[in-house]
Design a protein around this ligand. Structure first.
Ligand code: IPR
Ligand code: MG
Length: 156
């Protein structure tokens, strides 16, 4: 294994899976991040891929752990390559995989199950004027690229 400073293991990129969930047409579920990279920014539910996990397994597990929601019909959307260098924190290189999914039961309500990591979930219209400030870096990158996460008209 390559060594970094002081003989400690060299830092390596991590993989995160983030999940678009939709409501009432063009609203997406976002939560305010607490205590990690992107503190106080708004992000999709999601988290780090565990060893041996598929993207879909990670999406279902992270969404359930963070919100209590059960999801289905996961679909790959895109990926972004992100480097975070925030003062006082070790740098983080995160490859973020974006999926979209449906709620298994559309009447489910998201709950804050990891209050140390999330300041609350809410649904926001997916347009620049309605989205909260600021967005988590990978999501901002995706929005700026003009990526449309919604299914094509007519597709459920
Ligand atoms: P965990 O695994 O704690 O949920 O990590 P995270 O929320 O910091 O994951 C970052 C990457 C996600 C949001 C794509
Ligand atoms: Mg998370």
């Amino acid at each position: 294994m390559a060594s970094g400073a002081n003989g400690s293991p060299a830092p390596v990129p991590k993989v995160g899976v983030a999940v678009f969930l939709f409501k009432e047409g063009r609203k997406v579920l976002l939560g305010r991040r607490l205590g990690s990279i992107g503190h106080n920014t708004f992000a999709l539910p999601g988290g780090h891929l565990e060893f041996g996990e598929s993207f879909e397994e990670c999406a279902a597990r992270e969404v359930k752990e963070e919100t209590g929601l059960d999801i289905e019909k996961m679909e790959f959307l895109t990926a972004t390559n992100n480097f975070f260098s925030e003062g006082g924190k070790p740098p983080v290189h995160l490859v973020c995989i974006f999926l979209r999914a449906s709620l298994a039961d559309p009447d489910q309500v998201p709950r804050v199950l990891e209050p140390e990591k999330c300041g609350g979930w809410d649904w926001f219209e997916w347009n620049r004027n309605s989205l909260p400030k600021s967005l988590f870096g990978p999501l901002e990158t995706m929005l700026n690229a003009g990526f449309d996460p919604f299914p094509a008209a007519g597709k459920k």
